[in-house]
Ligand binder design. Structure first.
Ligand SMILES: NCCCC(=O)O
Length: 400
């Protein structure tokens, strides 16, 4: 291990490892990379506790494009991430997302989003209640006006597979990983010069990347900087159904896509079971170490789903857990790029529940910024830190 690196990344889960992968994969980057991770088990990482899905159905063009790159990257993952003949299979199931709209406002948003998505080539269709009833006879659709379904490019996959694939390939390409905790960031005027570690060591760096998930604000504060990110708890429930809710074999082989009910409850197949979550009625910042699931949320989820389908009336809970969103309190969107004054401090933070699916494009973008001083593929400047300085939210209408 050296005393200094060109790039030090704080956080070794999917975001930090994606940045490390893209840096070390780029022949134009000839620097050294160190990733510092505080928890070698990744047991409480947002990556490990994610509901593990990707969609193109966003309202902002940049978010659609970020996911379109992610989808293709996940499709190609096994080949691109091969290390010593080992091809990581993410089990990507392109089952699609199905958004349900009940009110006039929801219909208008769905139509506006659809126009944006189609203009960018997304494979999405709008279905009326009759069409959805044909696809899924078990669904109650009387209260619905319109639905939006992603026919391809959306689905679910292995979260830890994505993280481990990035990590293994980054390592194979020369990145170093260190299990330790950053306890201070060394700064000289508007320049980050290094980090101090719990072990007592100090490591110098040319560029510092904040990929510390829900702890992003703590990390930034060590450098005397601020970022509006805090941990918000999301509980996930996996359950079995007494009666399998079958649909038309032409849509996701008869199984439900990832369905987003107008109530905010979402549900998707998880192997032979179903996985579900919801937007909490009360959504405060939680302690960084509080991972106790909110068991009472399952009552609401069950009620929402049973209202939607008779098949969800008799269910048996088989697993549950809670993870943290790295919640951006300004606008629920990722903050990607350099601090406006401390230019060698880079943020990849505030994903607000989209970190796993956005990790390929954001890792690539941050690596471009480090290598070239600019974004070369997708221009991520509208989701940079400057909007935080201006206090101007970059709103995304399709937040789950
Ligand atoms: N964040 C939970 C569902 C995944 C998504 O927003 O696409």
């Amino acid at each position: 291990m050296r005393d200094g690196y060109d790039v030090v990344i704080i956080g070794g889960a999917v975001i930090g490892s994606s940045v490390a992968y893209f840096l070390t994969a780029n022949p134009d980057f000839d620097g050294s990379v160190l990733i510092i991770e505080r928890d070698s088990s990744f047991a409480q990482a947002s990556t490990s506790l994610s509901s593990s899905s990707i969609r193109n159905q966003f309202s902002n063009p940049i978010n659609v494009q970020i996911s379109q790159f992610g989808t293709q990257f996940i499709r190609d993952f096994a080949e691109v991430m091969e290390v010593d003949g080992d091809k990581p299979d993410l089990g990507f199931h392109e089952g699609g997302y199905l958004f349900l709209a009940q009110t006039d406002t929801q219909v208008q948003i769905l139509r506006e989003n659809h126009a944006v998505q189609k203009s960018l080539g997304a494979d999405v269709v709008l279905w009326d209640p009759g069409q959805i009833k044909t696809a899924f006879p078990h669904l109650r659709v009387d209260d619905l006006q319109l639905t939006s379904y992603g026919q391809s490019g959306e689905g679910w996959f292995s979260n830890t597979g994505l993280m481990n694939g990035f990590r293994n390939k980054a390592r194979a390409q020369g990145a170093d990983y260190l299990i330790d905790e950053v306890v201070d960031i060394l700064r000289s005027k508007d320049q980050i010069t290094g980090v101090a570690l719990k072990s007592g060591r100090s490591i110098a760096c040319g560029t510092l990347v904040n990929a510390s998930g829900p702890r992003a604000a703590q990390t930034a504060a060590m450098a005397g900087l601020t970022i509006p990110v805090e941990p918000r708890k999301r509980s996930i429930f996996v359950f079995d159904c007494a009666t399998t809710p079958e649909g038309s074999a032409t849509v996701n082989r008869g199984r439900l896509p990832l369905m987003i009910d107008p109530s905010g409850t979402f549900c998707r197949p998880e192997g032979q079971y179903f996985l579900a979550g919801t937007v909490p009625a009360d959504d405060p910042m939680v302690d960084w170490d509080d991972f106790e699931p909110r068991h009472e949320e399952f009552d609401r989820i069950w009620m929402d789903l049973a209202n939607r389908s008779e098949a969800f009336e008799a269910v048996k809970l088989v697993n549950f857990w809670a993870g943290h969103y790295a919640f951006n309190t300004l606008d629920h969107n990722v903050i990607a790029g350099s601090h406006n004054k401390v230019r060698n401090f880079l943020f990849a933070n505030g994903f607000s529940g989209h970190g796993l699916q956005q990790s390929p494009a954001i890792g690539r973008g941050i690596s471009e910024w480090i290598t070239y001083g600019e974004f070369r593929t997708l221009d991520l400047s509208e989701i940079g830190y400057d909007r935080v300085v201006r206090n101007e939210p970059f709103l995304e209408k399709a937040v789950i």
